[in-house]
Design a protein around this ligand. Structure first.
Ligand SMILES: NC(=O)c1ccc[n+]([C@@H]2O[C@H](COP(=O)([O-])OP(=O)(O)OC[C@H]3O[C@@H](n4cnc5c(N)ncnc54)[C@H](OP(=O)(O)O)[C@@H]3O)[C@@H](O)[C@H]2O)c1
Length: 294
């Protein structure tokens, strides 16, 4: 199974590489600085030289707050590079799996978002990701776009690792309690994406399009933080004694985030047999791995 993966060093990309390597995929894993996918020639050359059966794009500009003041690089990676990949794949008739985000929604719903719900991104990051998704839909029929949310893993920077660090430095933490979503372990998402890749390898009758995949269960950032601390305390002593719930208005950030971004994952389960994992179960597993890193 010959697969090209871009953004291979990121928290999701590194997990896909780890699992795909263990499964014996023929893999070309690329990332910055050698392979900048905002450059069309780089993408065209990669695909022409390697001739993958499938491309998986895990590259993105993911610094949500910085994107508000750094619009150009955010749009270059999230929108222009997605277009480069779509055009290059289309020219060689190669399918593309691409990752998108819950931040394409405005968070005004009170029930989990479905794939067919209208997008209305609130931030530069969300707008640039939505534009990238549109480029792929408009230029490549054979695509699977998987929207995910609140991603964390062993590699890279994420909310889980930040909470563990802050909890070992401070006695009190203040965490937003009025934004709700579904935490997703990079390992679970990588597993789901590789299941989809095997469907694409084994059958031409894939139902191409947009899907949702996230952890099972909806929590606030405050509930998520409390769980991270409770689990982490089993492994190491932490300084923190209180995690205070605060409103978003007490923690202003440059980017506006959706207040509610839970996603309905029935479609991906029905089409690919991929099941969301209960968020706490995956959190336990990931924290165990994080704690094992010296
Ligand atoms: N993180 C989340 O909470 C979250 C939530 C929902 C959806 N998502 C989506 O999930 C996917 C994976 O996210 P992630 O958290 O794994 O991201 P990540 O850790 O930031 O990894 C992204 C990778 O892409 C690379 N990259 C950036 N610009 C590139 C370019 N021009 N050419 C080639 N590679 C480039 C980055 O390299 P550098 O590090 O050197 O820049 C990094 O290795 C993304 O599509 C993201 O939008 C993430």
């Amino acid at each position: 199974m010959k697969m090209l993966i871009t953004g291979a060093n990121g928290q999701l990309g590194s997990e896909v590489v780890r699992q795909a390597t263990a499964m014996g995929y023929d893999l070309l894993a690329v990332d910055l600085p050698e392979y900048d996918i905002t450059i069309p020639e780089t993408v065209n050359r990669l695909i022409a030289d390697y001739r993958p059966y499938l491309v998986l794009n895990a590259a993105a500009y993911t610094q949500v707050d910085l994107a508000e003041s750094q619009e150009k690089p955010a749009w270059a990676v999230n929108a222009d590079a997605a277009l480069n990949l779509a055009l290059a794949c289309s020219a060689k008739d190669i399918p593309l799996i691409h990752i998108s985000t819950d931040f394409v929604f405005d968070g005004k719903k009170t029930t989990p978002y479905r794939e067919s719900d209208p997008v209305a991104p609130l931030s530069v990051y969300g707008k640039s990701k939505a534009a990238g998704d549109d480029h792929i839909r408009g230029n490549l029929d054979h695509h699977v776009i998987v929207r995910t949310s609140w991603l964390y893993g062993v590699q890279g920077n994420n909310f889980v690792k930040t909470m563990i660090r802050l909890a070992s430095e401070r006695e009190t933490l203040n965490v937003v309690a009025d934004q709700f979503g579904c935490p997703t372990a990079a390992a679970d998402l990588a597993d789901a994406l590789l299941t989809i890749s095997r469907s694409i390898f084994s059958s031409p009758d894939v139902r191409w399009g947009t899907y949702h995949y996230c952890g099972q269960g909806v929590v606030s950032w405050h509930q998520f933080a409390q769980a991270i601390i409770d689990i982490s305390k089993k492994y190491r002593a932490l300084k923190v004694t209180r995690v205070n719930p605060i409103p978003t208005s007490d923690y202003p950030t440059p980017a506006i985030r959706p207040a509610y971004s839970a996603m309905n994952c029935e479609k991906i389960t029905k089409e690919f047999g991929v099941h969301p994992v209960p968020w706490k179960k995956s959190l336990e597993k990931t924290i165990q791995e994080i704690m094992a890193v010296p």
